[in-house]
Design a protein around this ligand. Sequence first.
Ligand code: SPV
Ligand code: MG
Length: 290
Amino acid sequence: MSKGKLLKSRMASNGLVHIMASHSPLSARLAEEAGFDGIWASGFELSALYGLADVSLISMTQHLDMVRAMADQTAMPIIADVDTGFGNAVNVIHTVRQYERDGAAALVIEDKTFPKVTSLAADGRQELLGIDEFQGKLEAARHARRDPDFMIIARTEALIAGLGEAEALKRAAAYEEAGADMILVHSKKRTPDEIEGFVKAWQGQIPIVIVPTAYPDMNAERIAGLGKIRMVIYGNHAIRAAVTAMQQVFARIRADGGIHNVNKDIVPVEEIFRLQRMDEVKQQEARFLR
Ligand code: SPV
Ligand code: MG
């Protein structure tokens, strides 16, 4: 079964799929063990991993390499965050071919200009492409995919750019017309109202994806009550969890003057061996080393 088909079958059987952000094969593996339905190959998380702002500084090659490494280590469907598609419609054709070949199940392409500015920054400078040009990019993406189940998810940043619900609905309808398989609508409001308004007003046939980072009260129950939303992405919780854990442990080691206290509160080295599949190495040694 292709990765795209796997994602579609999870959506069909679960109704709503829960997708966890990852920035590494290790975090993808942890998300899989925790029971998520798929991985969000987040541009924000990978940028942060490199200590960089999420403003199109990470190259396609860097992001694609990470997607490939994650696809090697997890069977989960990966939804690749390709930002603007790394350029115009011609760049999008190349992007779709590369990501599909390297094991992604779906792509999310957003209607911002390149270089993009991260969405949740309070005073982010947000510039959107014209609708017509973005439709061309979506048509290019459809043209480029080989597997019809490889999903092209169109993301509108109209609400992020402060253009309001009517513009967001107009764009989403235009993107459906251009052949998008789903609409991701993003919001940085602190409450779910803006997204709820959009979802209630949405008349299109294709389902909606949300990233409720800014409005965490939008839980699974509330999403189910709205209908129409089939995918929820937990956009940056892997990198935030990692930073929280490292800050706490590093501070305790400094304060305690050694590792004697934290040792019992962090996973033992054996847990890392397990995640590294050290057992397989042992089997290989026993069988093949002469
Ligand atoms: C990401 O995780 O890279 C996203 C979601 O695109 S957000 O950072 O909220 O824009
Ligand atoms: Mg992103």
